[in-house]
Design a protein around this ligand. Structure first.
Ligand SMILES: [Zn+2]
Length: 67
């Protein structure tokens, strides 16, 4: 079975100045989006929730999924 493609998603947390890189499948990204345009991250360090445009967090996914 072919491995699912993973996209590099950059999560930035301006409130706390933390940042993380995630490697997520398209399904995982979709499950985190609120309205297909914005993605919600929870900071792993301090649990703050931050919303970011999918386009800026993961341009590759936005392009391939025509957001
Ligand atoms: Zn944080």
């Amino acid at each position: 079975m072919a491995e699912k493609k993973r996209y590099q998603v950059k999560g930035t947390y301006p409130q706390c100045a933390c940042g993380s890189i995630y490697h997520l499948t398209a399904e995982e990204i979709e499950s985190k989006t609120i309205d297909r345009e914005n993605i919600e991250f929870t900071c792993p360090e301090c649990d703050l929730v931050h919303t970011e445009q999918v386009k800026s967090a993961c341009p590759e996914f936005a392009q391939e999924c025509h957001l």
